[in-house]
Design a binder for this molecule. Structure first.
Ligand SMILES: Cc1ncc(COP(=O)(O)O)c(C=O)c1O
Length: 436
């Protein structure tokens, strides 16, 4: 490693050769890029020794802190044994063990694991598998996907097609699959859940013969401005899906692995989806990996002689990567050995208490919380004021990485955060909001 590197040097070299994700690059004429030298626990550190609390778990992936000693040691062990092997025709211990554990930990009737390497590609897998399962049943006309208004499922063409956040979708509209949207429950109340489920039922009554699946983000729509809704909605649509032979795809890419307070959000509703999509926290935030779990019943629809042409011939080069699977197994070890879901209850109650200070601010419309995710919705600003950017900059100047979604300031920290660090994280955000 070159020890002479400094912030300015790396920034300039970066802007010469990199194009960053989800960024208007011209912003960097005024908005400084932050080169990170190292990270540990909840802290990121730049080349000048400035430290930032990672309040957003580096895009919602980090579970147990950066450079976690246990996960590091497991990846290093794996590195000297097997880094990667083709998963078609071959297998390895890490992927088998991970699959056994996921099948045991996820809701009932999720019996088989199909791997890919990011959330969007896993969404593509679930959509294709759903359609293909109906196709193999002779129901080729079931080719439409339904998603919730305000939903987000990723950036590849299929995933974007089932999304509904204009900011990401509008430009690409001519390229996208035709999909249908049904209203998301408008708030966390039971009535809103019941009303929205009725709307979905009405859609099924009219068009179920064409509908392959509904895809939902259970309980929290992440990129859809941290919108939250009641678990009863999942109970109701599960029943409707079964009645109308429509698959239920639960996209737990963001909410999985404890974010909602349970290991998986579907547990809150005690339902089993037909497809469960996981990524992000799966490897503790270390390496790209995603998985779609489905039932033996769906698996059986593809299982026959090769000549019958029913196999799911989908693949990615890095499917089931051994290093990523070892990170995932290490992550599950920590969940298991350290009683994380129970311990998080205390952290989430503490964050809930601290949220109360936000609601009294006159530029705050609402605060909401589900488990380890808290959101503060600001009011009274126009989009062009880019209020989120101001909060982001204030956070960085004061040692906290907040990355608001428009006018929503939210907290989704790694689970190793201490109460003292929660104080710094949330007090800084409160000061930022007061300073607007
Ligand atoms: C619910 C949900 N699904 C899918 C994705 C896409 O995952 P990835 O960014 O790994 O492609 C995201 C990303 O934020 C997400 O929040």
């Amino acid at each position: 490693m070159n020890n002479n590197i400094n912030n300015a040097d790396l920034k300039n070299r970066d802007l010469d050769v990199l194009w960053h994700p989800c960024t208007q690059m011209k912003d960097h004429e005024t908005l400084p890029l932050i080169p990170i030298k190292k990270a540990h626990g909840v802290y990121l550190e730049d080349f000048e020794g400035n430290r930032y609390i990672d309040a957003i778990s580096s895009w919602w992936v980090n579970m147990f802190g950066h450079t976690n000693e246990y996960i590091n040691s497991k990846i290093k062990e794996q590195l000297d044994t097997l880094e990667h092997v083709i998963l078609a025709g071959f297998t390895h211990e890490q992927v088998v063990r991970l699959s056994e554990r996921l099948v045991a930990l996820t809701p009932p009737k999720l019996d088989k694991c199909f791997y890919s390497d990011n959330g969007s590609s896993a969404v593509e897998v679930a959509l294709k598998m759903s359609y293909h399962a109906h196709f193999n049943d002779g129901k080729k006309e079931k080719s439409i996907f339904v998603s919730l208004s305000n939903s987000y499922h990723g950036e590849t063409i299929g995933a974007l097609s089932v999304g509904d956040v204009e900011l990401y979708k509008d430009t690409y509209e001519p390229l996208l699959l035709k999909t249908l949207q049904t209203p998301v429950p408008k708030d966390m109340s039971l009535e809103a859940a019941q009303y929205a489920a009725k709307e979905f039922e009405r859609l099924c009554q009219e068009r179920a013969s064409e509908i392959s699946a509904i895809i939902v983000e259970p309980l929290i729509q992440g990129a859809g401005y941290m919108h939250m809704y009641n678990a009863e909605y999942l109970v109701l649509i599960r029943e409707i899906c079964t009645r109308f032979d429509v698959h239920l795809i639960a996209d737990e890419v963001m909410v999985g692995f404890g974010r909602t307070g349970e290991l998986f959000a579907c547990e809150k509703a005690k339902i089993s989806p037909d497809f469960l999509v996981l990524s992000k926290g799966l490897t503790g935030g270390y390496l790209p990996l995603s998985v779609v779990l489905t039932s033996n019943e769906i698996y059986a629809k593809f299982y026959c002689d090769y000549s019958e042409n029913k196999a799911f011939l989908h693949s990615h080069s890095y499917t089931g990567n051994a290093l990523a699977c070892s990170a995932a197994n290490a992550t599950l070890d920590i969940f298991e050995n350290e009683n994380i879901i129970e311990k998080n209850k205390e952290l989430s109650a503490y964050m809930g208490e601290k949220l109360k200070a936000f609601i009294t601010q006159e530029n705050v419309l609402e605060v909401r919380q589900t488990g380890m995710v808290c959101a503060v919705e600001l009011k009274g600003y126009k989009a062009e004021e880019r209020i989120g950017l101001k909060v982001y900059q204030y956070g960085l100047e004061n040692g906290v990485l907040l990355r608001p979604l428009g006018h929503i300031v939210y907290f989704m920290p790694p689970y190793i955060i201490t109460k003292n660090e929660i104080d710094i994280m949330m007090d800084t955000a409160l000061d930022a909001i007061k300073s607007l």
